[in-house]
Design a protein around this ligand. Structure first.
Ligand code: ADP
Ligand code: MG
Length: 357
């Protein structure tokens, strides 16, 4: 169906390399001026999807529409789409200015020199590098190289910017700063960003909406808060790194897992049967405490201090590690006895059951 408000739309994109299915029947529609995070583990097809949109790779099947037009026949440089590579891919022998100017000067209709100068300086200032135009790219830091790579893309005034793990090479502080700057640039220029990341924190923090890729398929496309609180499949819950996932069997409205047989109020349809409970929705009680809701006996192993919360690691009798997150705003850190047994509990309504229910 035609969606004319979409800046780009993918319809049934599939792509294989030999017998490796990189993308399977991917359909996606993105409105203008959205910031989209594309999250998935390594090998899930994120880079392949970007390359197909950019035109570096032809899909085996499916269509790519850009502003309502099928762009299959357009080469990468005819598409009004910018691409920022993970490794920056700058010209090492050129200055910051010349790296940024390169696409303009070598394009089909290069603007006059004065116009090039104006646009390059504007965009260099936009990414916070004013005054560094004359430096060689070997004379600037990793974070500054990332800004040059971004400036070089933005100077072409693309309507859509594809970013392939753009912050992966930066240290944590810089990554944080660049996140804010990307957001500011997006507000200022009104461009649409499609930002690939393997980091669930980055995907949730940056995206107006998040696409989760699982083995070449879209597992979920929703707002960050929806993905976080209602992951569409056990795999999505697993990538988020916020849920304990238990295997088991589902019979009607009963899930049989390592904690026994539990009634579930709602089943999220999925081809994998599992039971998920968020780390911060689990409680720890003495093993001998009276039964109050479902419980899973487990041995305390270790803890990890995270600043605003503490993560406690337990091990079940079957050897599964279960994580319990305790927000320090809710009370002091706990002192559990190493190797002692406890009972892990949660409210049934806080669990998500997956299966063919
Ligand atoms: P991601 O970016 O999510 O890590 P990719 O899109 O790079 O994933 O890769 C998806 C799958 O396709 C992987 O199994 C990868 O090994 C395979 N693949 C990607 N590019 C090629 C290629 N040029 N030749 C062969 N296999 C490839
Ligand atoms: Mg990749």
């Amino acid at each position: 169906m035609a969606d004319h408000s979409a800046i780009f739309r993918l319809e049934g994109i599939s792509k294989s390399y030999g017998n490796v299915v990189a993308l399977h029947d991917v359909s996606l529609s993105v409105a203008g001026n959205e910031y989209i995070s594309l999250l998935g583990p390594s090998g899930s097809g994120k880079s392949t999807l970007l390359r197909v949109i950019a035109g570096f790779e032809a899909p085996d099947r499916g269509r790519v529409y850009f502003e309502g037009r099928d762009i299959a026949a357009m080469s990468a440089h005819e598409r009004d789409i910018g691409f920022v590579f993970q490794n920056f891919a700058l010209f090492p022998h050129l200055t910051v200015f010349d790296n940024v100017a390169f696409g303009l000067v070598n394009g089909k209709a290069p603007p006059a020199a004065a116009e090039v100068e104006k646009r390059v300086k504007e965009v260099i200032a936009l990414v916070g590098l004013a005054g560094m135009e004359g430096r060689g790219v070997h004379q600037i830091s990793g974070g500054q190289k990332q800004r040059v790579a971004l400036a070089r893309t933005l100077v072409m005034r693309p309507k859509l910017v594809l970013l392939d793990e753009p912050l992966g090479a930066l240290d944590a502080n810089l990554r944080h700063r660049m996140r804010n700057e990307l957001r500011a640039i997006r507000e200022k220029l009104g461009v649409t960003f499609l930002h690939v990341t393997g980091s669930e924190t980055e995907a949730l923090a940056m995206g107006d909406r998040v696409v989760v890729l699982d083995r070449g398929r879209i597992a979920q496309f929703a707002r960050p808060d929806e993905v976080y609180s209602a992951p569409a499949s056990p795999n999505v819950a697993h990538f988020l790194n916020r849920y304990n996932i238990f295997e088991g069997t589902l019979r009607g409205r009963n899930f049989e897992g390592p904690f026994g047989n539990l009634a579930v109020s709602h089943v999220t349809r999925s081809d994998r049967t599992a039971y998920a409970v968020r780390y911060d929705r689990m409680r720890v009680e003495p093993e001998t405490g009276h039964a109050d809701g479902p419980g899973l006996p487990a041995t305390y192993v270790a803890s990890e201090y995270l600043g605003s919360s503490v993560m406690y690691f337990f091990e079940t009798d079957k050897g599964q590690v279960v994580e319990v997150e305790h927000h320090l705003s809710l009370g002091e850190p706990r002192n559990y006895e190493p190797k002692a047994r406890y009972m892990l509990r949660w409210k049934p309504e806080d669990a998500i059951a997956y299966g063919q229910g």
